[in-house]
Design a protein around this ligand. Structure first.
Ligand code: ASP
Length: 317
C-alpha cells in the first residue's frame, strides 16, 4: 500500500507526479523531495521557494525540514537565502549524525559546498506584493500572516517507509531571522514508520507550542486513528491557547498512518489538502472547522479554478 497527503492545493501537481513514482516502487524519500521541489519551483505560489514572499527587509528567507521515519533521521535548514530547493538541502543534511539543522550563512555555506543550485529567489512579482504591502501598512495595522502557507507532505511507500518534509518562505513581512514551526522537528513535521507521519501549517509561533506533529504521531501510536489524533491535537492546543492567552493562531494539520489511513484537522475555514492513495485518484479536499469538528469534503471544480486564477492574476496597485 502506498499513500501520500499534502497541505494546500498547491501540492497537487507534485503529488500527482509523486504518485506515479510510488506506483513504480520508488522510495518515500525520493518521492517527497520530488513532490516538494515542484512546489518550490513554481513561481506563482507565494509562500514556498521561488516566488515566495520576502521578510520586512525584502529578503526571501526559506525554511525546510525532512524526516525519515525508518531511522528518525532529521535534516533542516532555516533562514536560508538564494538556494532553489531547500527541501533537498534538508534531505541531504538528514544523512549526517551531527550538524543536521543549519541556519542562515552556515546553511548557505553547506549548500554551496555540496553543489546545490543557487538561484535568486526574489521574483519581480514578489517585489510587487512587497511594495503593495508596504503601502498598505502605512494606513493599516501590520498583519503579516495574510497569504501564507507551508507545503508539508507525508509519504508512505510500498516498502512501508514513512517520510515527511516541509518547505516554506514563512510569514510575509516576518522579521529577519524569524523562523516558524516548519523547520522544527516535532512542530512542523514528524515521522515514525512504525506509526505514521504528520505535518502542520498555520501560525508557526503557535503550532510549535504544542509540538503538534509529534503529538499527532504520539496519539496515533496510542491507538487513535489519524483523524482522531489530528482533531484531538488541534482542539487541545486551540483550547489551551485561547484559555491561557485569549487567542489561538491558525492551526491546520495532516497525517497518515502506516496503513495509509489519513486524517486532517483545522481551526480555520477552507484549509485545502491533497490525498493520493493506491487504487484511488488524487483528490483535493477542503476542511472547515465547525464548532471544534473538522468537516472534510472534496473541492469543487469552481473552487479549483478560482484558486489558480487568484494565484496567477496580475497584481494591481
Ligand atoms: N507555519 C509557517 C510559519 O509559521 C507558515 C504557514 O504554514 O503558513 O512559518
Amino acid at each position: 500500500m502506498w499513500a501520500m497527503i499534502a497541505t494546500w492545493r498547491m501540492a497537487l501537481e507534485g503529488v500527482c507526479e509523486a504518485g506515479e513514482l510510488l506506483k513504480k516502487g520508488k522510495g518515500a524519500g525520493e518521492v517527497v523531495e520530488q513532490a516538494i521541489r515542484m512546489v518550490e519551483d513554481f513561481p506563482y505560489y507565494k509562500s514556498v521557494g521561488y516566488g515566495g514572499l520576502p521578510n520586512e527587509e525584502m529578503i526571501v528567507e526559506l525554511d525546510a525540514g525532512y524526516m525519515d521515519g525508518n531511522t528518525l533521521s532529521v535534516g533542516a535548514v532555516a533562514g536560508i537565502k538564494d538556494f532553489a530547493n531547500p527541501v533537498s538541502i534538508a534531505k541531504e543534511l538528514s544523512k549526517d549524525n551531527v550538524n543536521c539543522v543549519l541556519v542562515a550563512e552556515g546553511a548557505e555555506k553547506y549548500a554551496s559546498q555540496k553543489g546545490f543550485e543557487r538561484k535568486t529567489m526574489l521574483t519581480e512579482r514578489a517585489k510587487k506584493h512587497y511594495h503593495k504591502r508596504v503601502k498598505k501598512l502605512q494606513s493599516q495595522e501590520l498583519k503579516p500572516y495574510d497569504g501564507h502557507d507551508t507545503v508539508g507532505e507525508v509519504v508512505l511507500d510500498q516498502a512501508g517507509k514513512v517520510v515527511v518534509a516541509t518547505s516554506t518562505s514563512g510569514l510575509f513581512m516576518k522579521k529577519a531571522g524569524r523562523i516558524g514551526d516548519s523547520p522544527i522537528v516535532g512542530a512542523g513535521f514528524y515521522a515514525d514508520s512504525e506509526v505514521g507521519g504528520a505535518s502542520a501549517t498555520g501560525l508557526g509561533e503557535d503550532l510549535m507550542k504544542g509540538c503538534i506533529s509529534y503529538e499527532i504521531v504520539r496519539k496515533m501510536k496510542e491507538g487513535l486513528s489519524p483523524q482522531e489524533a489530528c482533531q484531538k491535537a488541534v482542539n487541545e492546543l486551540d483550547e489551551k491557547l485561547k484559555k491561557s492567552k485569549g487567542f489561538s493562531g491558525d492551526l491546520s494539520v495532516i497525517a497518515i498512518d502506516k496503513n495509509g489511513q489519513f486524517g486532517c484537522a483545522t481551526n480555520i475555514q477552507q484549509f485545502s489538502f491533497v490525498v493520493y492513495r493506491q487504487n484511488e485518484e488524487a483528490v483535493v479536499y477542503l476542511a472547515d472547522n465547525v464548532d471544534g469538528e473538522t468537516k472534510i469534503y472534496p473541492a469543487s471544480q469552481e473552487w479549483m479554478d478560482q484558486y489558480m486564477q487568484e494565484r496567477m492574476a496580475p497584481i494591481t496597485e
